[in-house]
Design a protein around this ligand. Structure first.
Ligand code: GLA
Length: 426
């Protein structure tokens, strides 16, 4: 006999079959999506890679996304997220690999922006000025001695979709600093290149990209220096940060301009950030939001530590965007609060910690509780990747969905946190 509830169940069964057929995952019909669960508080987004933006399968050394999986990834992004960030394709090395007006490669970035527009998402740009993933030519002087060429080392396009693009030697230190030893540009030359780049890229997506990571990771880890040593700092001087914000503001006066960095859970690094931003504010530099990457691990920060971090960041009076959230569950990553890419191999080694799924769920519950507590300031929360299969820290299984786009217990914990349920306070 058909009862109302068996009717209901068969409708859910049918719905599930339809969802599976169109490539969505089979989450229970009464579980809200992330974007809906948090819609009264902040955007919930994800960094997407080129395979997702362009709908192209990829087969590489360390990742294999068939077209079926890519379709599922796309369906998951549309279903769960209201905001996107570009994992790689707007970084200087990818969008502007060669010098000159024809040195840009806009195709993948255009696909990224179009993906966001057609799905009515809040679109973020990442990143304009960084010591990583920036080609050598940017820092190279034009008055080269005879025999020295302006040779570049572009990042191979095939590797830009996938974990490993940021392999040490090619990213933070490879192109941004250690890889370049030739004659340097002058301050004026480098400022001119920075301005051209920012005007071209920000100008192209004016009104479409709503928030930009203008300067990424300029603060030093450890020591007493506030600023990290980089070619930007060495060639231009400390005002490279102010200049980057000025140029971005000229190019799109309506865009939200962020300063973005990692390790702000660490009190010493946070103090440096606060000093830096206060000084920019005193100089009337148009820094409009703090980007806290939040690449953390299952052992820390606790709810209390994150609450404290957000309380201190809020004293700057700016919106806070959680820009690159992931929670490393690998044993190798439990002692470090650095997210420096050159440590990635070490921090994702050793296999997962015991009871990793439960610890991950507890960690995410604590973080989202803190974000909610500070929802007057926290306006965007972006996961750094869509699922564990495409994460830069894949071995640490740091996200809410597994490599097959199935929700993990951490997903349920984040949904429960939105409803104020604290079943697993951390
Ligand atoms: C940093 C950068 C990101 C990304 C991650 C690792 O946090 O801001 O663009 O490269 O490292 O993938």
């Amino acid at each position: 006999m058909k009862t109302p509830s068996s009717n209901h169940n068969s409708r859910i069964g049918l719905l599930t079959a339809v969802l599976v057929a169109i490539g969505a995952t089979a989450r229970s019909a009464d579980t809200p999506t992330l974007k809906d669960a948090y819609k009264d508080h902040f955007y919930v987004g994800a960094a997407i890679n080129r395979t997702i933006a362009t709908g192209t399968a990829v087969r590489a050394e360390n990742v294999n996304r068939t077209s079926e999986l890519v379709d599922k990834d796309i369906a998951l992004v549309k279903e769960q997220f209201s905001q996107i960030s570009p994992e790689n394709d707007l970084k200087w090395a990818l969008i502007h690999p060669r010098e000159g007006a024809d040195g840009y490669s806009f195709g993948p970035a255009d696909a990224y922006v179009n993906f966001g527009l057609s799905n009515h998402m809040y679109i973020v740009g990442h990143t304009l000025v960084w010591h990583g993933q920036t080609p050598n030519w940017v820092f190279q002087g034009t008055n080269l001695p005879p025999g020295v060429t302006n040779a570049l080392s572009p990042v191979p396009a095939a590797s830009t979709n996938v974990p490993g693009t940021n392999a040490p030697g090619r990213s933070r230190f490879g192109l941004g600093r250690g890889g370049f030893t030739g004659p340097r540009a002058s301050r004026e030359e480098l400022l001119q290149r920075m301005r051209d780049h920012i005007h071209t890229v920000v100008g192209r997506y004016k009104g479409k990209i709503k928030a930009w990571d203008v300067v990424n990771e300029a603060i030093a880890d450890g020591g007493t220096n506030i600023l990290r040593n980089s070619l930007w700092l060495e060639i231009i001087g400390p005002d490279f940060i102010a200049k980057a914000f000025e140029y971005a503001h000229e190019a799109d006066p309506d865009a939200i301009l962020r300063y973005n960095d990692y390790g702000l859970e660490n009190p010493a690094k946070r103090r440096k950030l606060i000093t830096l931003i206060k000084s920019l504010q005193e100089q009337q530099v148009p820094v409009m939001a703090i980007g806290s990457q939040t690449h953390v691990n299952v052992s820390s920060p606790s709810f209390e530590a994150e609450d404290q971090a957000l309380t201190e960041l809020e004293t700057l009076g700016l919106p806070i965007h959680i820009t690159e959230l992931d929670v490393n569950g690998a044993q190798g990553g439990q002692r470090s609060s650095s997210a420096d890419i050159s440590n990635n191999a070490a921090t994702t080694q050793g296999g997962l910690v015991d009871d990793a799924n439960r610890k991950l769920a507890d960690a995410y519950a604590g973080l989202f509780r803190a974000f909610l507590k500070h929802d007057k300031s926290v306006k965007v929360v972006t996961f750094w990747g869509v699922n564990d299969g495409v994460s830069w820290r894949a071995q640490g299984r740091p996200l809410l969905f597994d490599g097959n786009d199935q929700p993990k217990p951490a997903f349920e914990a984040v949904i429960r946190a939105a409803a104020g349920e604290q079943s697993n306070p951390r």
